[in-house]
Design a protein around this ligand. Structure first.
Ligand code: ADP
Length: 442
């Protein structure tokens, strides 16, 4: 998808002006010849042809300047796309004034063409510049009118088209002057309003599509990571089973069946974790009810105790919550507690102790899970809630891990409008703190 930046918009606008000017050159040549030969209007042919040539040369200059700017992505102020467009518009206004001077001045109906430049400026340039350009255009018309009125400049009447010498008629000049001024500023005001709104919409659209692209990239990386992990497990299972098929040794076969079995267990737990995380992400609102947080802590500890006892770890509970019930989704809160407490066991040395505190603070309950384990390096503490993230000091400790646990815990706590934080010292221990509102807050 090609997105238009302010830079490309102005460059495209510059090239569009150049195309219009080629037409203008042809227009001047045809109109002058037509007025003279067919309509038999007396007209200053030589100066008009000369102006057409000047316009042609200026346009060639602008064309090459813009091409040079685009090719070299110029950032030199004078050659910036915007400055080239300003230069084009200003030279056009001067040329149009010269053309009008040699073809009837204020009596020439082509005077209305100034409006085009005001519209073009309002579309391509800033509102302030657009009003300045409108003022310059009106000043040029005003100056030409006054100079011809006071006969400082000669007036070339379009004989055969308008012989009334309106350029000397005060009432005509004041009336048309008033109409030109009000029309010009109104046109600029309207065009600036519309184009500002369009630019804002375009910017909002661009921002949204950049955001979408980013999200799409993250999603693709996520899918890639998951498929990669699943593929690794499958390849290991396949290899073990290949050995089982060709090996003649019973011990080897036994060993590789065990390996395959272990890998299948890891793969299943990986997929289960992934499913849980995806499910919790997809639901907007969890089913909630009142339940006792103390009971949930006890229940989770009972489940984890065999694993803790295996390492000689003692789990101590200190509940000062004095609340029997909190409002939330019991299953997912227990899932979160289970992840935090089993991590504490997993990352603690044998024969150590884990402490779990539950304290009521105002309208929330604070649960602390404190261990004396390996800790988390300071600079990695903010990363551990990211999916797949495993701190650098656990690489050799626990291989049966997915790195999904804490992101699942965070999702669950977020969905309950709670908070989660971590304090940890390397080789000293870690404390996870979660707060959960007691009342239903949604
Ligand atoms: P894992 O499956 O690797 O345990 P988690 O998402 O549960 O994944 O945890 C992410 C990482 O956070 C772990 O790999 C570990 O580095 C770190 N971590 C989590 N809990 C603890 C803890 N109690 N002590 C030390 N490190 C921990």
């Amino acid at each position: 998808m090609v997105r238009k930046t302010g830079y490309t918009r102005i460059i495209e606008g510059g090239f569009w002006l150049i195309r219009l000017r080629w037409l203008a050159v042809i227009g001047i040549l045809i109109a002058t010849t037509f007025a003279d030969r067919i309509l038999k209007i007396s007209i200053q042919q030589i100066p008009l042809y000369f102006i057409a040539i000047v316009l042609l040369l200026l346009n060639l200059g602008s064309f090459y300047a813009l091409k040079y700017t685009t090719k070299n992505k110029i950032s030199i102020k004078i050659l910036k796309g915007e400055n080239i467009v300003k230069f084009q518009i200003l030279t056009d206004l001067i040329i149009l004034t010269c053309l009008l001077h040699y073809s009837g001045g204020v009596e020439n109906p082509f005077i209305i063409y100034y409006i085009f430049h005001m519209i073009i400026a309002s579309i391509l340039l800033s509102p302030k510049t657009s009003y300045i350009i409108a003022t310059i255009a009106l000043t040029l018309i005003g100056a030409l009118t006054l100079l011809e009125y006071y006969e400082i400049l000669p007036h070339y009447t379009l004989q055969g088209f308008n012989d009334q010498n309106f350029y000397q008629n005060k009432i005509f000049l004041l009336g048309t002057g008033f109409i030109y001024i009000t029309t010009s500023y109104l046109v600029v005001y309207m065009t600036v309003s519309v184009s500002t709104k369009l630019k804002q919409h375009e910017m909002a659209y661009t921002r949204a599509s950049i955001e979408l692209e980013k999200k799409d990239k993250i999603k693709n990386e996520y899918v890639l990571r998951i498929t990669h992990d699943i593929k690794n497990h499958l390849a290991a299972i396949q290899n073990s089973l290949d050995v089982v098929l060709i090996s003649k040794s019973e011990t080897d076969r036994q060993e590789f069946v065990e390996r395959a079995h272990k890998r299948i267990r890891r793969l299943t737990s990986f997929v289960n974790e992934l499913l849980k995380l995806t499910r919790i992400r997809l639901v907007n609102k969890l089913d909630a009810c009142e339940f006792s947080i103390d009971d949930s802590i006890n229940k989770v500890i009972q489940e984890i105790n065999p694993m803790a006892m295996h390492k000689g770890i003692k789990i101590n509970i200190n509940s000062k919550s004095f609340i029997t019930k909190i409002y939330g989704n019991q299953v997912s809160i227990e899932e979160a507690l289970s992840n935090l407490i089993s991590n504490a066991v997993k990352y603690s040395p044998d024969n150590s102790a884990i402490y779990i505190n539950a304290i009521k603070i105002k309208d929330s309950v604070l649960v602390e899970i404190i261990d004396n384990g390996i800790g988390i390096p300071m600079h990695e503490q903010k990363l551990i809630f990211n999916e797949f993230y495993r701190a650098s000091n656990v690489a050799n400790i626990e291989k049966d891990s997915s790195g999904f646990g804490l992101s699942l815990v965070k999702q669950i706590i977020d969905k309950h409008n709670g908070t989660i934080s971590v304090e940890s010292k390397l080789n000293k221990g870690t404390t996870f703190k979660i707060t959960l509102p007691i009342l239903h807050t949604r």
